[in-house]
Ligand binder design. Structure first.
Ligand SMILES: [Zn+2]
Length: 238
């Protein structure tokens, strides 16, 4: 913890506070700190390093953060198991439900999708930033996922650390990408992703023209995740 973070944790004069909220049947801890258009999201419950990095970050930085409270990667929504980063479109959720609930009939899947269609507007409204603001999502990987999986479907890429492909930013906004790509970290641009809609938050934001950056860091690399988060804060406008 830096001196600044330590002081802010002892004297939280920026009105740092947390509460539990339920969105689309998923429980989140919502933390706000002062006034800012910045929004933060940590959606996978098993990504503990991202949870810790975000909790520490919110003591020193302004904005509103949502972090899932459960410890599992998958969530139970409308009675079925679902990857929570596949629920932002009906098509993406349908694929996830089919894969994770093989015993479900077509009618059961449609019923869950109908329920999710009704719950999604409130979820999306809560998570997306105010106009012009940035949504910053934190992830960890441990299963080999890397920037190499994304470069082929990206509009641009800057990989100064190609030997460490598990650590990278994914941005949906060209101006944000240009600023991030001047730095020492890997970054890819997906402003108009190709192929089928997978229901992920990056897809939704690219479609809506919302500024979104996803930070992927290997599980357990807390100091690196914090370093890259701080660098983004100091590089991108509010
Ligand atoms: Zn994740």
């Amino acid at each position: 913890m830096s001196r600044r973070e330590l002081l802010l944790s002892i004297f939280p004069w920026r009105k740092h506070h947390s509460k539990l909220v339920l969105l689309a049947g998923i429980q989140f801890e919502r933390t706000s700190n002062g006034r800012s258009r910045r929004r933060y999201l940590r959606i996978h419950g098993d990504e503990k390093t991202a949870a810790e990095a975000l909790a520490q970050h919110m003591r020193a930085r302004r904005g509103v953060a949502f972090s899932v409270t459960g410890g599992n990667r998958l969530v139970k929504v409308a009675g079925g198991v679902l990857d929570p980063n596949r629920m932002y479109s009906r098509a993406g959720a349908e694929k996830s439900y089919r894969r994770l609930n093989p015993e479900w009939s077509h009618a059961e899947i449609q019923r869950a999708l109908d329920w999710l269609d009704r719950a999604r507007p409130k979820l999306v409204k809560a998570l997306l930033p105010p106009k012009g603001g940035l949504l910053f999502a934190l992830h960890n990987n441990a299963r080999g996922y890397s920037a190499e999986d994304e470069v082929g479907i990206s509009q641009a890429g800057s990989l100064p650390r190609r030997a460490e492909p598990h650590e990278f930013f994914l941005a949906t906004n060209v101006e944000d990408y240009k600023l991030l790509s001047k730095g020492p970290y890997n970054v890819v641009l997906q402003s108009s992703p190709e192929g089928e809609d997978d229901g992920s938050m990056s897809r939704l934001c690219a479609r809506l023209g919302v500024r979104y950056v996803n930070l992927e860091v290997g599980a357990g690399k807390l100091e690196l995740q914090k370093e890259m988060m701080n660098w983004l804060e100091n590089t991108l406008p509010e």
